[in-house]
Design a protein around this ligand. Structure first.
Ligand SMILES: Cc1cc2nc3c(=O)[nH]c(=O)nc-3n(C[C@H](O)[C@H](O)[C@H](O)COP(=O)(O)OP(=O)(O)OC[C@H]3O[C@@H](n4cnc5c(N)ncnc54)[C@H](O)[C@@H]3O)c2cc1C
Length: 479
């Protein structure tokens, strides 16, 4: 069987001023060895496209399995230039997706996936500790708070789901009373909460750049500034780039939301924006609100607020915003209206931070899949492997992704290639033009319903109906 050449829509290389604060900090601490663009025609055993966590963990596992394997990694920008160097740095496995996973694959397979994802996160932390690479790891746990009586009901339902499942470890989500929440962080908006003691935070770009260093140390040939413009499938797959090409027996695509530019995946994921503002250092104000334990904080909005601190006393305050696009582009990276919105939310949560400046803002695309869980597979003759659909929660699960994709590229049959996430294809989103229009309408309704619930009120019934419509149709569009 022969396949036509497949066109890709690579991202632009970001200019210095548009990089996240995390990435600028990581590059200042260690710019790393130069990885010049590909400028010739080369061969490799495995070619990986995408220098985010998915691509880099895959290359790492390939070398771990076979140090003699010739692995080439091609990244359009620089490694960590995408969301892997821009995210909130909340690192967790798949427990939050247990209900979706159970619905899709049954309780046993769902539980096994959550346990495996936990093991992968532990393994990743150990790899960085052994290598002596500082990724600002904090074992402060993750605290999800209710911010209104409306969200109290969501918290109760959330805790019941986990409390009623004897197989879930008892420290995964524990109820904290309002007083116990306040002992960890004081805010006039906080009520009761759910605490996951195992939740970690990291400096995301240090994780990405650290992975890049581990790959170079192990002999992976990394080419940055090298967009792959087309895939020519075959027994040997050829990847075209502006000034060279790679021919490889196996190819792995770790393209995140940019996968949506490939016709085959166009309706499998929706690119949606997440944005973060970062305050100036204010360690004294953090002490005033008692937030010194390094907890990652979040709420129960479908357009989640997520926030964490930095060692020099800043708050990184993020939200899954209501912005979506039919193609990944600038619109998902810069959105001044959300800057104003996030600044107002920050002051409402922490009046003590009024007067503390916001130093910078950045954003990026998340790859929303229909059921909020990632999926993996092989296509075009079976030697091009892909993984996507992390839906804004890939820092931990991409460690598992690396194991799955490396095992697929090595042609293994093991627990990873037999994982429930391999070969599973989420329900497609509707075709255009309904998709763009529908997503925009639904996300606007979700934001307004979240806002009303935050004020302790129900939204207009028509808005609530539209915001709950995706769930009724079997889609999970939350963060
Ligand atoms: C603002 C924000 C906050 C987030 N917060 C969290 C969080 O706190 N916790 C969490 O778990 N997750 C979070 N996420 C999601 C998380 O960052 C992602 O799930 C994760 O980084 C996905 O890794 P990846 O390697 O699949 O994708 P990416 O990091 O996007 O890597 C894909 C790479 O492929 C490259 N590329 C694309 N097309 C081509 C091409 N044709 N040729 C060559 N290269 C190409 C891109 O340049 C990019 O570097 C957040 C995301 C955003 C945007």
């Amino acid at each position: 069987m022969t396949f036509d050449s497949v066109r890709l829509e690579p991202p632009e290389r970001a200019v210095e001023g548009r990089r996240s604060w995390w990435l600028r900090e990581a590059l200042a601490a260690d710019p790393g060895t130069a990885c010049p663009p590909l400028a010739e025609e080369v061969r490799a055993d495995v070619a990986v496209v995408g220098g985010g966590y998915t691509g880099m963990w895959t290359a790492y596992r390939l070398k771990e399995a076979d140090p003699s394997a010739d692995v080439v990694l091609l990244e359009a920008d620089i490694c960590g230039g995408g969301p892997s160097g821009r995210n909130g740095g909340f690192m967790y496995g798949l427990w939050e997706d247990l209900p979706s996973l159970t619905g899709l694959f049954g309780p046993e397979r769902a539980l096994r996936l959550c346990q495996t994802a936990d093991e992968c996160v532990k393994d990743a932390v150990q790899i960085f500790e052994d290598a002596g690479i500082d990724i600002w790891l904090r074992r402060g746990g993750h605290l999800t708070v209710s911010t209104s009586p409306m969200f109290d009901a969501v918290l109760d339902e959330f805790l019941t789901t986990y409390g009623n499942n004897a197989a879930v470890p008892s420290d995964v989500f524990v109820r904290l009373s309002p007083a116990e929440v306040a002992e960890r962080c004081r805010s006039p908006r906080f009520r009761a909460g759910a605490f996951n003691a195992g939740g970690l935070t990291v400096q995301p770009a240090r994780l990405a750049r650290g992975l890049r260093k581990l790959l170079l140390d192990r002999g992976v040939r990394v080419h940055e500034g090298t967009p792959v413009t087309a895939i020519e499938p075959g027994n040997l797959v050829r990847l075209r780039t502006p000034n060279g090409a790679v021919t490889a027996a196996q190819v792995v695509l770790g393209l995140n939301a940019w996968s949506q530019g490939i016709a085959q995946f166009r309706r499998a994921i929706i690119p949606r924006a997440s944005h973060i503002i970062l305050t100036e250092p204010a360690p004294d104000r953090l002490r005033e609100i008692g937030w010194t334990g390094g907890e990652g904080l979040g709420d129960f909005r479908a357009t989640l607020h997520y926030l964490r601190t930095t060692p020099d006393g800043r708050i990184a305050f993020g939200a899954g915003t209501g912005t979506s696009a039919s193609h990944v582009g600038r619109r998902l990276e810069e959105d001044p209206s959300w800057r104003r919105r996030l600044e107002a939310d920050l002051c409402a949560w922490f009046p003590e931070f009024r007067g503390v400046g916001v130093e910078t803002m950045w954003g990026g695309p998340i790859d929303v899949s229909a059921h909020h869980v990632p999926f993996f597979g092989s296509t075009w003759g079976g030697n091009v492997h892909f993984g996507m659909g992390f839906t804004g929660g890939g820092v931990g699960p991409t460690v598992l992704a690396g194991k799955i994709l490396a095992a697929l590229a090595l042609g293994r049959s093991d627990d990873y290639t037999r994982s429930a996430l391999v070969g599973y294809r989420p329900r497609n989103f509707p075709p255009e033009p309904f998709l763009s229009l529908g997503t925009r309408l639904v996300l606007a309704a979700i934001v307004r319903t979240d806002d009303a619930w935050d004020r302790g009120k129900r939204a207009n019934p028509a808005l609530e109906f539209v915001s709950h419509l995706p769930r009724k149709l079997g889609y999970h569009l939350g963060h």
